[in-house]
Design a protein around this ligand. Structure first.
Ligand code: KMH
Ligand code: ZN
Length: 277
């Protein structure tokens, strides 16, 4: 089986220090968390950034500062800036994370609109999706197709057919926001992909490890991190993103799946080798 790519969503836009004091806000904290995940075996850092008071931002200069500092500590890591940002941000605001230099290798592309906790709506109209896809194509950024439920796979496939989303496609199943994080639903999602795609999955909250184990067994790739998981086990807060990644590595080891380095992850995902590391 292909080696396992571990992505770590180290920060997110919604979780807070009140929920887990290790959630990073400052540049130093973001670098600390990225390095802990990388040292533990993460090949990909899914990145949101905050201002020092914890407010989520998509400001290019904040992404630039954080990405430069992460590359200093983790020179070969794949940094995947979010273009989802936080609920309520404009499309223009969200895309600002892709204006960093050098241009990101990888970035998220959210494939539909959904309820997002409480009374919030995460808006991704067809026009938004096509516009983001066009910009990523122009810039040479590989999209990770974020899907929160099955209809979003269909939307991605519709725009693939129209030529806006290119091969090879890589999906990320974020289970537990709208669709339930169950093995039944994971199997349904994976079975809905055409041949030749790669995929990552994450099960929010307490479903983290059952979804990770099923994903490892099924040949997918795993995402763990504070954005999705604040606890390392029931009632015990995770001390770092590295601790969550280390647990995923341990699980993969038990199940006989090797861990991909960042360069191996690039090869699996069809991302060209990174120059000037
Ligand atoms: N923060 C969510 C509203 C992404 O990174 O592209 C969107 C999100 C998805 O986290
Ligand atoms: Zn995200």
């Amino acid at each position: 089986m292909e080696k396992l790519i571990i992505s770590s969503c180290i920060c997110g836009a919604e979780v807070t220090k009140e929920q887990n004091p290790a959630v990073p806000y400052t540049v130093e904290e973001i670098v600390r968390e990225a390095k802990s995940a990388y040292d533990a075996g993460a090949a990909v850092i899914h990145l949101h950034v905050r201002w020092d008071d914890g407010t989520p931002t998509q400001a290019t200069e904040r992404f630039q500062e954080c990405m430069d500092a992460i590359y200093k500590e983790c020179p070969d890591v794949i940094i995947q800036p979010s273009t989802g940002g936080a609920v309520g941000m404009t499309d223009l605001e969200r895309l600002a994370s892709t204006d960093v230099v050098p241009t990101p290798e990888f970035a998220t592309l959210d494939c539909g609109t959904c309820n997002f906790g409480g009374d919030e709506i995460f808006v991704n109209t067809d026009d938004t999706i096509v516009n983001f896809a066009k910009i990523m194509n122009e810039k040479g950024i590989k999209p990770e197709l974020e899907v929160f439920e099955k209809g979003m796979i269909d939307t991605a496939l519709k725009f693939h057919k129209k030529g806006f989303i290119k091969d090879p496609m890589h999906f990320d199943f974020v289970l537990g926001v709208t669709m339930t994080a169950t093995i039944r639903d994971l199997v349904f999602m994976v079975g809905s992909l055409p041949p030749g795609c790669t995929w990552t999955a994450t099960g929010l909250g307490r479903n983290c490890w059952s979804i990770a184990a099923a994903t490892i067994a099924m040949g997918g790739h795993v995402r763990v991190g504070f954005e999705d998981h604040l606890y390392i086990e029931k009632g015990v807060l995770a001390e770092s993103n590295g601790q969550l990644v280390a647990k995923a590595v341990e699980l993969a080891k038990i199940m006989g799946r090797e861990i991909a380095t960042p360069d191996e992850a690039r090869e699996i995902l069809g991302i060209p080798p990174r120059k000037n590391k």
